[in-house]
Design a protein around this ligand. Structure first.
Ligand code: ZN
Length: 237
């Protein structure tokens, strides 16, 4: 991970930390550079307002040692994968030049903003690498090594046709709890943190470790040599 660049997208201020925060803590510890892009300030949420939620996001980004930016979109509950916004996200990808891009899964059983962000990033990932995509200014085409989708909720587990990979995050459970805790406005009345920790624990038990986060890829994942496979392990149960 040393020197690798990770660009993570979320629809709302807490999505990234809840969906892939433990993975990002691990990547940061191992020397990755983290860029977080949030497509709203969570102003449509039941709890908190835009300024509170932006501050929570900044606190979490600080804890991760990540750069953070908010994109101008229609805002919370109004994010739609228009061509204009897709091109904007593609420009973000070309500017950040990530090795790995992270976005929410596209399952229908979740907040529509998550699904739209999934579509936006999925399409922008392609536009960013096509040489003659219009509206890219002078930015060079960029092909990220990997596009992975993360689960924000148990209902958003991706389905058929995708390849999944579990990442061991056992060493980061306590810090992940604190990271999610930055979003205090979202955790006062609900057991969101417990929900994420429990799902990671269940994935971990399946794989024979304490906790794991699950990611999905539309493409097959390539091990660059036979030696890479020695670090993989399959499901235990
Ligand atoms: Zn969300």
């Amino acid at each position: 991970m040393n020197g690798k660049r990770i660009l993570a997208f979320g629809a709302h201020p807490d999505d990234i930390e809840f969906g892939c925060g433990a993975f990002l803590l691990d990547a940061a510890e191992k020397g990755a550079h983290l860029n977080l892009v949030v497509l709203s300030r969570g102003e449509g949420g039941t709890h908190g307002d835009a300024s509170v939620r932006e501050a929570e996001s900044r606190q979490a980004a600080h804890m991760l040692g990540a750069d953070l930016q908010f994109l101008p979109t229609g805002g919370d509950t109004r994010i739609r994968s228009t061509l204009e916004l897709t091109q904007h996200v593609a420009r973000c990808i070309r500017e950040a030049k990530p090795d790995i891009i992270l976005a929410p899964t596209g399952h229908l059983n979740q907040h529509p903003d998550h699904r739209e962000t999934h579509l936006l990033v999925r399409d922008a990932h392609r536009l960013a690498r096509y040489g003659k995509t219009p509206e890219m200014g002078s930015l060079d085409a960029h092909a990220a090594q990997l596009l992975l989708f993360y689960e924000i909720s148990s209902g958003s587990a991706a389905g058929e046709g995708l390849n999944s990979v579990l990442v061991d995050v056992s060493n980061h459970v306590e810090n992940w709890k604190n990271l999610m805790g930055c979003h205090a406005s979202q955790t006062r009345n609900m057991d969101y943190i417990d929900l994420q920790l429990s799902r990671a624990r269940a994935y971990g038990i399946q794989a024979g470790v304490h906790s794991a986060q699950r990611f999905y890829s539309e493409s097959s994942l390539l091990a660059t040599s036979s030696a890479d496979l020695a670090n993989f392990r399959s499901q235990r149960f």
